[in-house]
Design a protein around this ligand. Sequence first.
Ligand code: BGC
Length: 464
Amino acid sequence: MPVTKWLLLVGAVILTAGLLFGYDQGVISGALVGIEKSFSVSTFMVEIITSWVTLGALVGALVAGVLSDKIGRKSAVLLAAVLFAFGALVEALAPGAWVLVAGRLIVGFGVGVASVAAPLYASEMAPTRVRGRFVSGYQFGITFGIFLAYLIDELLSSGERWRLMLGISAVPAVLLVAFILPSSDTPRWFLTKGRRADARAALARIRPDDTDAAMEELEASVDDEAEQASWAVVFSRTWRRPLTIGIGLAVFQQVTGINAIIYYANKIFAAAGFITPQGQTAATTWAIGAVNVLATLIAVAFVDKLGRKPLLRAGLVGMALSLTVVAICFWFINKSSPSTTGGPTDAGLITLVALVVYIASFAFSLGPVVWTVINEIFPRSIRGRGVSIATAANWGSAWLVSQFFLSLVSTIGESGTFLLFAALSVVAFIWVSKALPETRGRSLEDIEQMWLDEPGALKAQHPH
Ligand code: BGC
């Protein structure tokens, strides 16, 4: 297979894996109304149906590191896709609420495994100069999946059609199986398993012009440590820096509010004066869903040119400012009497614009760049487990925010909640400026060496 076709196949894998993740994030808001009617469930059950997919994903992400080190990146993606398709069918055919919850857990587990294995696969397959672009392709898939879910929710918004909304997610899962089957595992994974010939064959497909040099580079980074390191090594002082950076980025991506807005956009627009459900869904689909997709393309274009850090810092400034504007608007909205004309108030419209700025700022920075960096900073010997911990931290914080956003709003109000997200964006900005090294244009082997060259790490590696 020629190199471009080969890279397209890897691109298709990463895009579809993102699509699965995103569709699943976005679909539930629209499906809930129908589910509540079909099963007449309590609020508690509604919360379980909504959030247990995230819990399933947390467990999936934790298992996925060891799994993708043991059975390989390719087999882990395959397993995730099969589980996901099965879970989607269980959801669609569920005779009662608990079977639906079981389906949600299976789907969540599949998404969790895929969210570790697929970007890992992409980052190890991609040539260095376009690695950021490859992993940003994953985020593009996520945003496109969210947008599709919003659209399909709108189209199928009546009766028992929630079954179709959930069942449709089996389609990208089947596509993922189709794309991953003809591909091979990554050269790095083959080498850790001592399968030198397979590693070389895989490398020849990615770098046909300088396969020998690439093989030498790869082998140098593998040295004599054929087996993957243990959990103790993952948490050792030597790798503390990449671990802290991975977890820090994962947590900041969530605690700055993205999924509060993705999940509860309709409610936020309702509070901002968009009275009709049609007005709310249209605002959500286009102002949030479509802008999210489009702004991700900025990152795809610039992440390997400008670097990870400038994008993150610019995005965080945009997020902090727009969240502050939203907080101020809500302060006015809550003070004034509700709109009687049926349309949004001025403050409501400014909220809409500020949320567009927020989504766009997230989409060209934290969205794609966090996944890119998480998948490139860990040394090969702990990459699977390191990515797995950071991804699980991301799912854990996503669960926290989505579970408690509404309670937070009723305790400290909308203004207070958005100000909190704004303050956390400022903290994230300071931390990124201080703690994050630039990884653009460096090979994965280079990045590994960078950690070892730090004084603290060397001391830890060679204690007296
Ligand atoms: C995050 C998701 C979020 C999505 C929004 C991703 O990078 O991990 O939690 O829903 O971006 O586009």
